[in-house]
Write a protein that binds this ligand. Structure first.
Ligand SMILES: [Zn+2]
Length: 229
């Protein structure tokens, strides 16, 4: 049942996205692409698997320091509840929701929320969902903001209430405890990234449904790298 439910969830959200995107031409292209994939699979049933099995080399190592790292500590039972998508009501979910627990379970636990990069932090200092911390970052001359929403509490080291009152924080520094303030009982972290014009960006630069995002703490290349690399 769960599989069916998730399938319908994906399709509903995806169709909603198509409606949002809008044109019959795009739908036609997607249908044609699917038809091609089905046809190709019939002609070359094992090509993909063979290619995968033949690749025995390790994935390329990441080098340098990423702009952003994950906003929670490794070793926890973290999952991604939602990625970047257009909801069935037409709204955009413009961030990543992380939970401490399984996607198909409830009773999610709180966890320490940490800074994704060095920057200047303030608490409840701009538009927000419940308690939230904003951190301003400078990257190669450009300004970005990370946002940590629905917090149960904010670290006592972070000044509250005004963008003019900030404190320097380091990557990995404790910002607060994940909670459900402003989220109607769903204990999760809404993590978002904005540019200097307050435009939301997908931290993974994917812009796809949850199922297409990497699992938190997965060792695959790209995890926690977000943009900037
Ligand atoms: Zn969210």
């Amino acid at each position: 049942m769960l599989i069916y439910w998730r399938f319908f969830y994906v399709m509903r959200t995806y169709l909603s996205f198509l409606n949002k995107a809008g044109t019959k031409a795009q739908t036609g292209i997607i249908v044609a692409s699917l038809a091609f994939i089905v046809a190709a699979s019939a002609l070359f049933p094992s090509a993909g698997i063979t290619a995968f099995a033949g690749n025995t080399s390790a994935p390329p190592k990441q080098t340098g320091t990423p702009f952003l790292t994950l906003p929670f500590e490794a070793g926890s039972n973290m999952s991604m509840l939602s990625g970047w998508y257009y909801s069935s009501s037409g709204g955009l979910h413009n961030g990543i929701d992380y939970i401490n627990g399984g996607v198909n379970s409830r009773g999610w636990q709180t966890f320490p929320v940490i800074a994704s990069a060095d920057g200047l932090a303030c608490g409840n200092c701009s538009s927000r969902q419940g308690n939230a911390v904003w951190v301003q970052h400078k990257v190669d001359g450009a300004t970005y903001y990370t946002y940590y929403g629905h917090l149960a509490s904010i670290s006592k080291d972070i000044p509250l209430g005004a963008q003019s009152r900030t404190v320097a924080v380091k990557r990995g520094q404790f910002l607060g405890w994940a909670g459900d303030t402003g989220s109607r009982g769903a204990l999760h972290l809404h993590f978002a990234l904005y540019n200097a014009s307050s435009r939301a960006l997908d931290p993974y630069s994917l812009g796809k449904l949850r199922q297409h995002y990497p699992k938190p703490l997965d060792n695959s290349p790209g995890i926690g790298w977000f943009i900037g690399e």
